[in-house]
Design a protein around this ligand. Sequence first.
Ligand code: ATP
Length: 226
Amino acid sequence: MKQGIVHETGLIAHGRGEAYDYLLGETTIPLADAAEKIAAASLLCAKNPVISVNGNVAALAADECVSLAKSIPAKLEVNLFHRTPVRVRKIAALFRKKDVTTLYGIHPDARIPGLDSDRALCEKRGIYTADVVLIPLEDGDRCQALQKMGKTVIAVDLNPLSRTAQTATITIVDNVTRAVPRIEYWIHLFKKKNRSDLEELIRTWDNPRNLRNVLCFISKRLNSLS
Ligand code: ATP
């Protein structure tokens, strides 16, 4: 935050995430891994996959996102809730240092319909035309707006009760620092698979059921600890 990458409200969101991470046992639970597997299949089958990065994601998992983007391959796009030219520049510089030659979203030329703030700003060749978008640490309005555009929305959110978690196509209830490398693990395994096998896997995904099971997991864990 002192370097100007993370907005101060990002610290509050981070604290919310940490609280839920305790409930999970600060580990990737099998239900999260199942979602990470489907996320990898969706990203590999996509025509224009995009990974959306905000300040928290840049601070916590920039290397992991760059590596995942290369492995798919997918585009990286910066999207900030509290957008200022200075913060965009700082995040762009951070990714440039990691050899990212094209970071989308620096010069937005489109808007996500239904959003009134700067969160709506995006790039035509990036998120606007993406068919699959990975949104780690997103807010509910933007997740819903992307869904309404007909995209497959993959959310990484430690809070299974957030509007983002509840509305995404694929919800990964895991820490972004663990989730992104795990998606990449599945990407490498799935590269040897047929597209039709991956599509079949995606068809079997039941996001509401997985979320219900995550809540059951947490409540059973708390019961066993109490
Ligand atoms: P919503 O609008 O979806 O109901 P919200 O208002 O909490 O939720 P944000 O303020 O954007 O939305 O919060 C971002 C979300 O990211 C929170 O749900 C928080 O639990 C989650 N989060 C924070 N840190 C991490 C992390 N390291 N990994 C995964 N998720 C995280």
